[in-house]
Write a protein that binds this ligand. Structure first.
Ligand SMILES: Nc1ncnc2c1ncn2[C@@H]1O[C@H](COP(=O)(O)OP(=O)(O)O)[C@@H](O)[C@H]1O
Length: 173
C-alpha cells in the first residue's frame, strides 16, 4: 500500500519543474526527488555528452535506486524526460509548458548559450517532452500545465494539491 500518489513533473529545462516540485512538496508533505540531483549525488553518470553540454545519465542505476522509493509512494519526481521510467511508477504525469520567449530569457539567465540554448527552446517549441509523455503513459494520466507566470504556478499548485487530496480519499490514505 502506497503512502501517497507518485507524481512526475516533466518538461523542457527552465519550465519551472523544480520550483513547482519544491513548493508542492512543502505544501503536500510528499517527498521531492530531483532525478538530476539524485544522479549527481550518487554519481550515476557514464561520461559527458560534449555536444549537448551535459553528463550522460546511467538510467539503470537511477531506476534501481528509485525502485523502493516509488514502491513506498508519496513521491514527486522532477525530470526533463519521462520515457525511461516504467509506466507503473506514476499515478499522474504533469508536463509544464512555457512560451518560447519567456523560456529563452530564463535559460539565458541560467547561463545557457549558443547551441544548448537554441536546442532547448526548440525542444519546447516542438513539444518534445509533451509528446514523449503522451507516448509513454495512458492518455488520462498525462496533463499539460502552462507555466508562464507566478499566477500559473499558484494555480498549478492548487490544482495538484486538490488532486492529491482526491487520490488519498479514493485510496483510503
Ligand atoms: N510559472 C513561472 N512563472 C515565472 N517564473 C517561473 C515560473 N516557473 C519557474 N520560473 C522561474 O524560471 C526559472 C527556472 O525554473 P526551474 O524550476 O529551475 O525550472 P526547471 O526545474 O524546469 O529547469 C527559475 O528562475 C524560476 O524562478
Amino acid at each position: 500500500m502506497k503512502s501517497g500518489p507518485n507524481i512526475l513533473i516533466t518538461g523542457t529545462p527552465g519550465v519551472g519543474k523544480s520550483t513547482l516540485a519544491q513548493q508542492l512538496a512543502e505544501r503536500s508533505g510528499l517527498e521531492w526527488i530531483n532525478v538530476g540531483d539524485l544522479a549527481k549525488n550518487n554519481n550515476f553518470f557514464d561520461g559527458y555528452d560534449e555536444e549537448r553540454g551535459c553528463p550522460i545519465l546511467n538510467e539503470d542505476k537511477v531506476l534501481d535506486e528509485m525502485e523502493d522509493m516509488m514502491e513506498e509512494g508519496g513521491k514527486i519526481v522532477d525530470y526533463h524526460g519521462s520515457e525511461f521510467f516504467p509506466e507503473r511508477f506514476f499515478d499522474i504525469v504533469f508536463v509544464l509548458r512555457t512560451d518560447n520567449t519567456l523560456l529563452y530569457d530564463r535559460l539565458a539567465a541560467r547561463g545557457y548559450q549558443g547551441k544548448k540554448l537554441e536546442e532547448n527552446v526548440e525542444c519546447e517549441i516542438m513539444a518534445v517532452l509533451l509528446d514523449e509523455a503522451k507516448d509513454s503513459y495512458a492518455e488520462h494520466v498525462v496533463h499539460e500545465l502552462f507555466s508562464n507566470t507566478p499566477e500559473d504556478m499558484e494555480s498549478n499548485l492548487e490544482k495538484i494539491l486538490l488532486w492529491i487530496e482526491a487520490w488519498k480519499k479514493e485510496n483510503g490514505v
